[in-house]
Unconditional design. Structure first.
Length: 290
């Protein structure tokens, strides 16, 4: 299937266990770009052999989710860009129905998204939760999750859509917050479906948990500094850093793993608090758990 105005993009990192189910669900589409942040030459060879039409980019440096998609978007020349994570599987007619709604909206949207198995209609205000009713097959929301975002590139002045400072977590919510601040429209589509396996996009064991906890706290603090008041963020990030550091100390008696996790959470929060760039990366050479 060829939609000349659409590029499908995936950013991968040690995703060999899940990506082929995803690719199988989009195999009939022509414009597909993959950027692999783990520089996996073997994976590239396997994918290219099975799907020669896919453009596969190897990144020697792991720059994260958002920066990876920025790189792919910069190489696409289509009107629409559908980013999906490798741990997703598109249901029948998912893309077709997204494109149909995009055309029906006549370009009057920044982001649309399909429904998924973990239904989440995103609102920044809790008061909006009672208004989740679809009208004309789509529902206006404040944010959608980054595992499936159909972007109208005409609504973005620059190809650099995501904040490169965010390595992992909240880059999708940050993008949606920026879109809403600029009076852009975000919709969830009623008749387009995607299955999300959730937290299965990488296969690096406990290193993933360490990386996940450090970056969650860093990104949460960075996001708060960016969108909330300085005093609010300063107060709660100091409390969070201190609390997690104490928990790390006490957990040394019970579990070395949990102690390490709490320490990394404190570290991530504190590094964002002192405005240090997101630097923590998983140690792929280590065979230890801690």
């Amino acid at each position: 299937m060829h939609y000349k105005n659409l590029t499908i993009g995936l950013v991968t990192f040690k995703s060999e266990k899940v990506i082929f189910n995803c690719l199988k669900s989009i195999k009939n589409f022509k414009n597909i770009i993959i950027l692999d942040n783990s520089n996996d030459k073997l994976l590239k060879n396997i994918v290219k052999k099975k799907y020669p039409h896919i453009k596969f980019i190897l990144s020697k440096k792991n720059n994260g989710f958002g920066a990876g998609y920025n790189q792919i978007i910069s190489q696409s020349n289509t009107k629409y860009f559908f980013l999906i994570s490798p741990d997703t599987i598109l249901r029948k007619n998912c893309v077709k129905n997204l494109v149909n709604v995009a055309e029906k909206l006549n370009g009057n949207f920044s982001i649309i998204a399909p429904q998924s198995n973990d239904v989440n209609y995103g609102y920044f205000s809790k008061n909006e939760l009672s208004k989740t009713k679809f009208k004309n097959n789509f529902l206006k929301v404040d944010y959608v999750k980054g595992f499936a975002m159909f972007l109208n590139l005409n609504k973005f002045k620059k190809k650099k859509i995501f904040d490169d400072n965010i390595f992992l977590y909240l880059e999708d919510i940050d993008l949606c917050k920026t879109v809403k601040k600029n009076f852009g429209n975000i919709f969830v589509i009623n008749n387009a479906y995607i299955k999300h396996l959730s937290a299965k996009s990488s296969n690096i064991g406990f290193e993933y948990e360490k990386c996940r906890n450090w970056h969650w706290m860093w990104s949460k603090t960075y996001y708060s500094f960016k969108h909330d008041s300085f005093i609010y963020t300063l107060f709660f990030s100091l409390i969070s850093s201190f609390k997690n550091l104490l928990l790390s100390f006490f957990m040394k008696i019970i579990s070395a793993k949990k102690s390490k996790i709490y320490y990394l959470r404190a570290s991530g929060c504190f590094n964002a608090l002192i405005r240090k760039k997101s630097w923590y990366r998983p140690n792929l050479m280590s065979r230890k758990f801690y």
